[in-house]
Design a protein around this ligand. Structure first.
Ligand code: 2YC
Length: 282
């Protein structure tokens, strides 16, 4: 799990409107639109519901401690998609108590291992890694014009890559997976076979897979894992991994056929996930 830095996130809040414009140009949908599709919720339903809810974001000092700007940035993303949000004045248990006292419907908090949104009333839990994988898989599908029966390569079989793989299998894609640690790709393939009764291909040589695939999810923390030589005018890349797995040459080659952000799509999707059980058909 990559730990973000203040530098990674400090400009996000001020650029959310521009990011919506960029996403709409690339995928046809805004940040809220992608999140709702990834969560399987009608955007109009979400819009009605979210305005009356309150999200409380609680800073946690455990482990490696607070990341400057993290909770404020999360709150700005949640508010941007239409759900009022506050950051508690206190951290840890005092912050959790404050969120309850301020009648937050959804409570969001992150330590070094997990970032979750909980909806105590319905006992629902939304996980950022799962939401991020699903959000970026959905974004890739929207950007690429639908991925049913298309070959898609997922690099990285951790929590984010696993969620992306599951989402892509559900979208009807033919998924190949690669992980530097072969046991992780084996485990993911087994989990997918058991849960979705679907067969996915395990890739052992990344270079060959990069040659064979035009749709790629990069869910790794590797900095330069997709070299420019493998990028063609038909290549689409959805990259939830931080840092971005493309160097400057590769970024200019893939041009606008690239989705990447350190928090936005994951936070927006987990927010919709957390409240979807409140919706009439939820
Ligand atoms: O400020 C705080 O409350 C800190 N406890 C937050 C720590 C978040 C650590 N996790 C990460 O940086 C990344 C994020 C993308 C979310 C998941 N992992």
């Amino acid at each position: 799990m990559t730990r973000l830095t203040t530098n990674d996130i400090q400009h996000i809040a001020a650029q959310l409107a521009d990011y919506d414009t960029e996403l709409t140009k690339k995928t046809g949908y805004s940040l809220r639109g992608i999140a709702c599709r990834a969560a399987g919720v009608q955007e109009s339903e979400f819009e009605k519901m979210s305005a009356d809810l309150l999200a409380g974001i609680v800073p946690l000092t455990f482990g490696r401690g607070i990341i400057g700007g993290f909770c404020d940035t999360v709150a700005s993303i949640v508010a941007h998609i239409g759900c009022p949000a506050l950051v508690t004045q206190f951290a840890d248990v005092a912050g959790l108590a404050e969120a309850f006292e301020k009648k937050a419907d959804i409570i969001m908090l992150a330590d070094d291992d997990r970032f979750v949104a909980i909806h105590p009333q319905s006992r629902q839990l939304a996980d950022n890694a799962a939401a991020t994988g699903r959000g970026f898989a959905t974004g890739l599908s929207l950007m690429g014009g639908g991925l049913e029966k298309k070959n898609v390569l997922v690099i990285g079989c951790g929590p984010v890559g696993s969620a992306a793989t599951q989402a892509l299998v559900k979208l009807g894609s033919d998924v190949s997976i690669y992980d530097i640690n072969l046991s992780r790709s084996d485990d993911l393939a087994n989990r997918i076979r058991q849960s979705l009764d679907a067969k996915i291909n395990i890739v052992k040589k990344l270079e060959q897979a990069l040659t064979d695939h035009q749709f790629i999810v990069d869910a790794t923390p590797a900095a330069d894992i997709i070299p420019a030589e493998y990028i063609t005018p038909d290549t689409y890349i959805s990259a939830p991994g931080v840092p971005l797995g493309l160097n400057q040459e590769a970024r200019s080659k893939v041009f606008d056929r690239l989705l990447h952000d350190p928090l936005q799509i994951g936070v927006a999707t987990m927010t919709v996930d957390a409240m979807k059980f409140l919706l009439p058909e939820g």
